[in-house]
Design a protein around this ligand. Structure first.
Ligand code: CA
Length: 647
């Protein structure tokens, strides 16, 4: 530090800078300040969200873990874009920018760039030293030092090479809610993004990253350190069965991925944030137009035994009768149906107006997966031959499963699959995978990723059904707030298997399940319906699923507390769909009058609740202005939900 101080003294005289260096968002409520010794802090509405937190890294081009700010520039980044697969279809953004030059005691410089919006911060290191053509990052110092009264809503990074056929980590762990900072993570490897924090009564903060592609690894947060807080961690050496480095490298000039912090006094800015996509660029243009919609998926309830010609015909027919656009045919189709009969099956689907997604294992050599097709997606040689065949027989997309972790090696596989698939007009869904990090805007043919404890777990065991509602209340504010989420849910079976007569019991109401079709966002929703639902599910449920959109123009947060309840509205073509679910023992009172007031005060609302869909008049004459009359309150018991449609 002494060396740095004397260096700084010299540099400060040289540059005669004002210190410290600050930038606020356009409305002035969110401020990032960088001190001369390169620590950044975050203030929102006068409250401390992050205490001075470290910046810097160690690299093949020198040690930048102890640096001083030797120059600072401000500018503005603003723009608009349209995107058909995220929370909003038309986005305009404005960020005030602070770019600080960080100089180490060898006299070498890199930059850190902060973009600050009204509620969002994105920052990254920019390397543009003309002496260098490449750089390898050994370790990042980048930290997040929250005030000690903060509580956490986090999911741990798992050990590498554990779980089903040694396929973890795959972002499918449990969440731990409202825990103190000091609590150790389940596996001792910290936490996967996104990470939600409640800074006492001072606000909420969601920390994540975006813009990760073949030029970096996926990162995560460490366990809490005292002093210092959380720190960016790179993948574990054991990931990808030990193959591939944990130290990312990229060409210079270049930059690290963006780390993002979204801050609000409520969860509203987090649920509505688009920072994940604002700061990234498309990696390539597509010559294809992709369509989104809904699909059926036999595997989720009928499992491996259903991957045969006749059962797939049943699910294609189900898709046709539901007016769905897609059928997803899962693992073992190559073995059980065969490449020749697959051509026949795809022809049958197309004759019914249903397009086809086919499943592939990503591996490869990095786990013990025996579900096939195998070894078709890990190398460009086999991949392109396979994709050529897929295009020839009229398949529209692939679902690629069981990836090897977060190393740069694996990020190259994701990007290679996406880029090659686009050449053949194929869309891509990822399962058993990492969090998408801005990919909806970066890759035109990307659809969505699992990276969550998804619907399959409900089928696997009763405990998961018991906590289905609790988990569902998390996603609008955590996982699904930063990326499309391929959950594959919306069950109308009471028992979660083919017989619908025994096995894990669904605890939620039908309207709860319908609400998740709005609450969970993915541009193609593969719903967990079964052919028997055509006969045994209420007609208003099927009608709702026939009509519910899967792409949206806008989102509005209404209410929520992770683990307890969530109320979120999405808009499509002038119509608002308000989804409400309750996981708490205390009934949740949904104030219909307040909802109506929020969306243009219509005389009636379409309310799906209590086993029916009905038009309900809203009593605007209630005298108590702050609270609706009794008739305007809809009580949601634990595991219950509702959908309200306006317009
Ligand atoms: Ca999975």
């Amino acid at each position: 530090m002494k060396k740095i101080s004397s260096l700084l003294g010299f540099l400060l005289c040289t540059y005669a800078m004002a210190t410290p260096h600050s930038v606020s968002g356009p409305d002035g409520r969110l401020t990032v300040t960088v001190s001369d010794d390169a620590r950044y802090s975050v203030i929102f509405d006068g409250k401390t969200i992050l205490q001075p937190s470290p910046l810097g890294f160690r690299s093949s081009r020198g040690d930048f873990s102890s640096v001083g700010v030797t120059d600072a520039q401000t500018s503005v980044e603003e723009g608009t874009y349209t995107l058909d697969r995220i929370k909003k279809s038309s986005i305009s953004y404005r960020y005030n920018v602070l770019s600080c030059t960080l100089t180490n005691d060898a006299g070498d410089s890199v930059k850190v760039e902060f973009r600050v919006g009204d509620n969002d911060i994105a920052f990254r290191y920019v390397i543009d030293n003309p002496k260098w053509a490449s750089i390898r990052i050994f370790e990042e110092m980048t930290g997040f030092d929250f005030p000690r009264h903060t509580t956490t809503f986090l999911t741990p990074q798992s050990d590498a090479m554990i779980g089903w056929q040694r396929t973890k980590p795959s972002y499918e762990e449990f969440y731990f809610l409202d825990k103190p900072l000091s609590e150790k993570s389940q596996y001792g490897h910290g936490y996967t993004f996104p990470c939600l924090f409640k800074v006492g009564d001072d606000g909420w903060a969601l920390v994540s990253e975006t813009g990760v592609d073949s030029r970096y690894c996926g990162s995560r947060l460490s366990d809490w350190n005292e002093p210092g807080g959380y720190k960016i961690e790179f993948p574990m050496p054991e990931e990808n069965d030990g193959n591939g480095t944990v130290e990312p490298a990229f060409a210079v000039p270049g930059a690290t991925p963006w780390r993002t912090i979204t801050v609000g006094s409520t969860l509203k800015p987090i649920a509505e944030s688009t920072v994940t996509w604002d700061v990234v660029e498309p990696r390539y243009d597509s010559g294809h137009t992709y369509k989104y919609g809904k699909g059926t998926w036999s595997w989720i309830l009928w499992q491996d035994g259903s991957i045969n010609y006749d059962d797939q015909v049943r699910y294609i027919d189900l898709a046709a009768r539901m007016d769905f656009q897609y059928v997803l045919i899962d693992n073992f189709w190559d073995r059980n149906i065969g490449y020749d009969r697959m051509e026949e099956l795809v022809r049958y689907a197309l004759s019914k107006g249903v397009d086809v997604f086919l499943w592939y294992s990503s591996s490869g050599y990095w786990n013990d997966i025996s579900q096939c097709p195998l070894n078709k997606m890990d190398s460009p040689v086999e991949r392109k031959a396979e994709m050529k065949w897929l295009r020839e027989i009229g398949v529209k997309g692939i679902k690629v499963d069981f990836f090897g972790g977060d190393k740069q090696e694996t990020m190259r596989i994701y990007e290679g699959v996406l880029s090659d698939a686009d050449d053949y007009g194929l869309m891509v869904i990822f399962h058993g995978c990492t969090l998408p990090r801005g990919w909806e805007r970066m890759y035109p043919n990307y659809v969505g990723s699992e990276a969550v404890r998804a619907s399959e777990n409900l089928v696997f065991g009763q405990h998961e059904c018991d906590i289905e509602a609790q988990n569902a209340t998390l996603h609008p504010f955590i996982r699904n707030a930063v990326g499309c989420m391929e959950f594959g849910g919306c069950f109308l079976n009471r028992y979660l298997n083919k017989s619908n007569a025994r096995g894990p019991v669904r605890r939620t109401t039908d309207e709860f399940e319908l609400a998740t079709a709005v609450l969970f966002q993915n541009p193609i929703q593969n719903f967990a319906l079964a052919p028997n639902n055509l006969e045994d599910a209420p007609a208003y449920c099927l009608d709702f699923l026939r009509g519910v959109p899967t792409t949206w123009d806008d989102i509005r947060y209404i209410d929520g507390y992770p683990g307890k309840y969530a109320v979120v509205a999405r808009k499509k073509a002038g119509k608002w769909y308000i989804a409400a679910i309750n996981a708490d023992e205390t009934p949740y009172s949904l104030d219909l009058k307040a909802i109506a007031n929020e969306f243009g005060s219509p005389a009636t609302l379409t309310v799906l609740h209590g086993g029916a869909s009905r038009e309900m008049a809203v009593n605007y004459k209630a005298k108590d202005g702050s609270r609706a009359g009794k008739a305007n309150l809809l009580d949601l018991a634990q595991n219950d939900g509702a959908v309200i449609i306006i317009g």
